[in-house]
Design a protein around this ligand. Structure first.
Ligand SMILES: Cc1cc2nc3c(=O)[nH]c(=O)nc-3n(C[C@H](O)[C@H](O)[C@H](O)COP(=O)(O)O)c2cc1C
Length: 222
């Protein structure tokens, strides 16, 4: 079992996203998975230029010879891929979107209809299962609405949405204890997903509140 994360935060190893991703991968590793973690901001990934050469001229092959060659290999050789991003203006970061656009060589220009949704035919035998990890700077859930909608198309096997994400690096000892508890749940999710399915108990715990929205707002507005 191979689990690979693609982190779209511009802060890479210093990101709040990375804290969640690392716990998730640690859990997956403890269940026996091979894990890999890519920081997209450090990669040379050209923007898709919409030429459709990868569909019509050189099927499956992009015109750009850049880091996407290795990243595509990492993607298709994985059983589970994790799309990870902070919320930037109610959406995924440009780095993750750029990466997602460049996955287009994995599809063929043949329209299919499945469960009422139109899509493009797969060029590969099986797409990896998808896990979504995101964190945002505000309380509440509405900041994840766009990301949830976009990733619906991939039927994610697990979605981890962490509001009040800046608390992941808190120095407040009381909050730190809660954050550690939360990260244990993320680790458990990584373990469970490799073994079978995520339990309802773990899914519920992943939504735990770190502090109340009022307290968070007060902390942030100092
Ligand atoms: C350009 C920019 C846009 C942002 N937009 C939002 C937003 O729309 N909603 C939100 O809740 N947080 C927003 N944030 C806050 C980040 O999501 C938050 O700081 C997050 O913890 C950063 O995660 P990272 O350390 O993994 O990059 C934004 C931050 C930046 C820099």
């Amino acid at each position: 079992m191979k689990v690979t994360a693609f982190n779209g935060s511009p802060k890479a190893e210093q990101s709040n996203t990375d804290i969640i991703v690392k716990s998730f991968l640690e859990g997956a590793k403890s269940a026996g998975a091979n894990i890999d973690n890519h920081y997209l901001i450090n990669k040379n990934i050209n923007h898709c230029n919409g030429c459709f050469s990868c569909w019509f001229k050189t099927p499956g092959q992009c015109v750009f010879n850049d880091d996407m060659n290795d990243l595509l290999e990492a993607y298709i050789s994985s059983d589970i891929v994790c799309f990870a991003t902070p919320v930037y203006t109610w959406n995924m970061t440009a780095a993750l979107k750029n990466f997602a656009d460049r996955l287009i060589p994995l599809r063929r220009p043949v329209i299919t209809l499945s469960d009422g949704n139109y899509d493009m035919e797969a060029r590969i035998a099986k797409f990896p299962d998808v896990v979504v990890i995101s964190n945002c700077g505000f309380p509440g859930e509405n900041n994840f609405d766009t990301i949830k909608e976009v990733f619906k198309t991939c039927n994610p096997v697990l979605e981890i949405y962490r509001n009040c994400g800046t608390l992941l690096r808190t120095n407040n000892p009381e909050v730190k204890v809660i954050v550690e508890k939360y990260l244990e749940c993320v680790k458990e999710a990584g373990f469970e997903i490799v073994n079978s399915n995520i339990s309802e108990n773990t899914k519920t715990k992943l939504q735990m509140e770190l502090v109340t929205p009022d307290d968070y707002t007060k902390m942030m507005n100092i």
